[in-house]
Write a protein that binds this ligand. Sequence first.
Ligand SMILES: [Ca+2]
Ligand SMILES: [Ca+2]
Ligand SMILES: [Ca+2]
Ligand SMILES: [Ca+2]
Length: 235
Amino acid sequence: MKSLILSAIFTALSAPAFAVSVSITDFSKASYDAAVGSMSTAIIQDFEGTTEMMVADGYSTNVGSFSTLGGTGSGGTVNDPDDFFNDGTMLALRDGNVYGRTSTTSVLSGDSNDDMFLDSNDTLGIKWDVSLGGSMFDRLVLTLTDATDVGATMYIKVGDELLETISSYVNAAKKLVEIDFGMMVSSATIFFENNRRNDGFSIDDIAVSQVPLPASALLLLGGIGGLAGLRRRKG
Ligand SMILES: [Ca+2]
Ligand SMILES: [Ca+2]
Ligand SMILES: [Ca+2]
Ligand SMILES: [Ca+2]
């Protein structure tokens, strides 16, 4: 009886205490603005201002770092001449139109020069270690373009939890992906995982909803400040 109760407690403790949810809808400026406009502080990464190149695993940005899920891309994406060295072993920052992948930023800004995006580069996919450098967040939005139009199935996971399986999107389909963590977190790992190589996709226009410090943390900071003041007076 006692062990039964204990195992029930352990089960309760090991089960997620919160529910992560994902929603995938068609991207438009209106749908994007509605999703991001409801964030009190949105930390943005649109890859503008970068230049075309392959990026090594752990490519670091203001919203965390990006790595390939492995597999060497060998499709036209990799083999077509472009203005940077590309052997298909890494993710790539790219511009223009790559087999249906384009920046979604130009749709939002109206500026056709906003043409950069992060490309899976025909590898098995993208792993994103989300981080705002220690700040808490509870929700995020990004655009996903040209996924699963040439036969791949994509699994979208947060940690080891499979949230969504997608397949058979049309060429160049632009989707708005919203992930709600259901609680404040300071880090999360998101996988866009293809079951095969050479069905490239891109992500762009990331917005992570930064959560303001809760009142208790502000009180704590106030306490620390108060202590420092006391020390100064003593000294
Ligand atoms: Ca190019
Ligand atoms: Ca395509
Ligand atoms: Ca962009
Ligand atoms: Ca594709």
